[in-house]
Design a protein around this ligand. Structure first.
Ligand code: AQP
Length: 333
């Protein structure tokens, strides 16, 4: 059975983008793949996180994943900092990856913004840690949103260089698994910018914890243009906000954008937004309710995560120990 790895940062409340681009696609994989999913708190601190908030958000993210359908009986779910193999391998990868490769990463440029000199070193080497997350398990399939494609290409370059430099075929090639019409959900305030849990504007995103009223209000206020919806996908060209809302309705109701436009083409946004808000509320409300139920017993969530980390260590520790041996580190025992 092919092994799958994917992670999500507890850098805020998970958004509709995280859900449609990643989490929702993880759920069926539990039955077809050996599945390993991780709340990547070490990635989160590449940008400033308030310590108390980070603890809360880590637990909340785990509860969100469980509420969306991850089942510890069918997958391994854990917190990155609990399994030290990730940072051990990341250090080796820091020494394998070339500065020129990292300089090309668009996510660093986006997140560092204009004040690049003031970005953390961790943000710069983030893709090396992400490569280590995956290669520590010899995972070959990585379900992510479209924004992570470049990092996965880098993870393959790192594995290729490691194998070449040490004369081995140790780290396998990774296959990105980028799925569905909503592989990139865009901000509700700007259809050219991706929806992000750390966007300063809460109005830019739907949080998985938003209640029905908040969802309806955010959709009603979402940026659009004055034209009615086209009846064909080609008519969405140059209309990023319209394309985004159509894509969201398609994804949440398991249809293609063509089908959505066949039904709603010609409608103004007033009517369409009402339909979209209702569909989102119907889909997300049960997930938010289950999250709240799980978070009523934080000790139980923590215990599940600790068990997950024990299982993750069993796989990752021998792989990373072998990588350290290949590099020439004196065995610790
Ligand atoms: N807007 C999006 N559309 C589709 N997929 C998305 N993902 C994130 N945003 C979108 C996918 O969610 C998974 C987890 O992402 P992450 O938390 O590791 O980091 P990220 O991509 O940086 O997500 P955010 O929400 O933008 O977080 P912040 O604001 O902290 O940077 C990934 O598979 C990602 O592709």
């Amino acid at each position: 059975m092919q092994r799958v790895f994917s992670g999500i940062q507890p850098s805020g409340v998970p958004t509709l983008g995280n859900y449609l681009g990643a989490i929702r696609n993880w759920v069926p994989m539990q039955d077809t793949h050996e599945s390993i999913f991780c709340v990547v708190d070490q990635h989160a601190i590449t940008m400033w996180q308030d310590p108390k908030e980070l603890t809360r958000q880590t637990r909340e993210m785990a509860a969100a994943l469980l509420a969306c359908g991850l089942d510890p009986a069918r997958c391994i779910l854990f917190v990155q900092s609990h399994v030290h193999a990730h940072t051990r391998l990341a250090w080796i990868f820091n020494c394998v990856a070339r500065i020129g490769w990292l300089n090309r990463m668009t996510q660093f440029k986006d997140k560092a913004g204009k004040d690049r000199e003031n970005a953390s070193g961790g943000l710069y080497v983030y893709p090396n840690l992400m490569a280590a997350d995956i290669h520590a398990y010899h995972a070959t399939r990585v379900p992510v949103g479209d924004d992570q494609r470049q990092h996965l290409e880098l993870a393959n370059d790192i594995a290729g260089k490691f194998n070449h430099d040490y004369g081995v075929e140790f780290f396998p090639n990774i296959e990105p698994h980028i799925m569905g019409v909503a592989a990139r959900v865009m901000s509700l305030r700007d259809g050219t910018k991706k929806m992000s849990k750390s966007d300063p504007s809460d109005q830019s995103r739907i949080n998985m914890t938003d209640d029905a009223e908040t969802i309806s209000l955010k959709i009603r206020r979402a940026k659009t243009d004055p034209e009615p919806l086209p009846s064909e996908v080609a008519g969405l060209e140059g209309r990023p906000e319209a394309r985004n809302l159509v894509g969201i309705l398609a994804a949440i109701t398991d249809r293609m954008p063509e089908d959505v436009l066949r039904e709603h083409g010609g409608q103004g946004f007033g009517t369409f937004k009402g339909v979209l808000a209702d569909a989102l509320v119907a889909h997300l409300s049960p997930i938010a309710a289950e999250m709240r139920r799980l978070l009523d017993d934080p000790g139980a969530v923590d215990a599940l995560l600790r068990k997950g980390a024990d299982r993750a260590r069993e796989i990752a520790d021998p792989i990373v120990a072998r990588a350290e041996e290949l590099v020439g580190f004196l065995p610790p025992r």
